[in-house]
Design a protein. Structure first.
Length: 69
């Protein structure tokens, strides 16, 4: 029998943290919105709720772990 081709699997921890947009950008959620929220301002909490774009230097590492994007 012929040898099976090795397939790259999706890293599930990366799939839960990042999302790839239709244009190919990688977005992530911001840290600091889980607990101890009473001492943080409403403006800070509101801005932490929005998605952020991942820096260009990290995109290739993330996309390598998400082969089916």
């Amino acid at each position: 029998m012929p040898k099976a081709i090795a397939r790259s699997k999706t890293k599930k921890s990366v799939a839960k943290r990042f999302k790839i947009t239709a244009t190919g950008k990688v977005i992530r959620s911001k840290a600091g919105r889980r607990h101890l929220l009473q001492c943080k301002s409403s403006k800070l909490k509101r801005n932490k709720g929005k998605a952020a774009v991942v820096e260009a230097c990290d995109v290739n590492h993330i996309k390598a772990n998400l082969p089916w994007g």
